[in-house]
Write a protein that binds this ligand. Structure first.
Ligand code: WQD
Length: 344
């Protein structure tokens, strides 16, 4: 069965591509390489031993997306494509509302057109890449899916609006089968070290920043705040191995295609890890010293955010299996083997 991956050349998309092939699906990548690199395709061919089917273009081009859907007749679509830098979204909200919300509207309209005329062999089936950011600043932790949602930045706002669009679509057209996956903090890399997280410039996210310090690209880590109400004063997050995240997408598609019930689940480990714990784990995995300085808090950050992942276990039979140590070891193998990411 074909599965269309919008943004499939990206960090989560490329790892999901491999997991889908290993599960017997045939994933097709739709990407404009706005935040990914064509070299990923060669790496995916090396890892999976087979050519990769690419549709190069923009998810905002609705007629083209419709043509892609008709060409490949996917049993399901996974929507990764979008921008995801919290800080950038505050400085450039229109980019995020246009690309993320506009992109989702475009994809959904193309899917609706294809499935409306009965020409598609399957029912409209979608997995959406959402984010724990929709929980805003949670009143407590761990977080369950029924927690109130709010947004503290345009990036999180765009994810929240798309979730609401999908709910309205399901009311209007109950035939849609939709899985919403709320990622916590993705980290790590494929064990081959051939693909991984490749931030375009200065990493926003903690883990790639720490591995870049370990590999000698940056002098030290700036720990954004050392006075949070947490065990060691630094921010606590739920870092989930990208391989576990990829497995979660396979489980979500299999559930939609076999049971047909829509759902919204957290994809996290249920374990909170502080910034300093993460720094120490990368030092242990890399054997390198990772200097850090305690810097002022970053606007928009919350003290703690980690998942209660029990609903995903109950509905999808999925749970995270990798440890923080494995995440750091795999991230280090990718970083040390590719100091400049895919840019060589
Ligand atoms: C983690 C912790 C920082 C960088 C965001 C999005 C989420 C998802 C992941 C896209 C926090 C601290 C960070 C640094 C630091 N989006 N930190 N120094 O903000 O939890 O989540 O990215 O994939 O939707 O909201 O992730 O990695 O930026 O921060 O001290 O140089 O590390 O304060 O406590 P965040 P993050």
């Amino acid at each position: 069965m074909n599965i269309l991956l919008t943004g499939g050349a990206g960090y989560i998309g490329s790892h999901t591509f491999i997991a889908l092939r290993e599960a017997g699906f045939e994933p097709v990548i739709l990407d404009n390489f706005a935040n990914s690199h064509p070299v990923v395709l060669e790496r995916l061919e090396r890892i999976t031993g087979r050519p990769v089917t690419l549709e190069r273009g923009d998810v905002l081009d609705t007629p083209w997306v419709e043509a892609v859907l008709r060409r490949h007749q996917p049993a399901g679509v996974v929507h990764f494509a979008g921008d995801k830098a919290v800080g950038e979204s505050v400085a450039n909200p229109l980019k995020y509302f246009h690309n993320n919300i506009g992109g989702a509207v475009s994809l959904l309209r193309a899917m609706a057109a294809v499935f409306a005329d009965g020409s598609a062999p399957a029912l409209p089936t979608l997995v959406f890449s959402s984010s724990a950011t929709v929980y805003g600043d949670p009143a407590s932790v761990p977080i369950t899916e029924d927690f109130p949602r709010s947004h503290t930045n345009p990036y999180g706002h765009s994810k929240l609006v798309i979730e609401d669009m999908l709910s309205a679509l399901r009311v209007a057209s109950p035939a849609w089968r939709i899985g919403v996956l709320r990622y916590f903090n993705p980290a790590g890399a494929h064990p081959s070290g051939l693909i991984g997280e490749d931030p375009a410039d200065i990493p926003n996210n903690l883990m790639p920043y720490v591995t870049q310090v370990a590999v000698g690209q940056r002098p030290h880590v700036n720990v954004f705040g050392g006075d949070y109400p947490t065990p060691d004063g630094t921010g606590v997050r739920d870092y989930i191995h990208v391989q576990d995240l990829a497995a979660g997408h396979v489980a979500a598609l299999q559930a939609l295609l076999t049971k047909g019930e829509s759902f919204t689940v957290n994809l996290g480990t249920g374990r909170g890890v502080s910034v300093l714990e993460a720094v120490r784990a990368v030092e242990k995995a890399s054997g390198r010293l990772v200097p850090y300085v305690i810097a002022p808090r970053r606007a928009g950050d919350v003290a703690q955010c980690y998942a209660d992942p029990s609903l995903a276990k109950r509905l999808l039979g999925w749970e995270a299996k990798h440890t923080l140590e494995q995440m750091c070891a795999d991230a280090w193998r990718w970083q040390s083997g590719n100091p400049n990411g895919y840019r060589g």
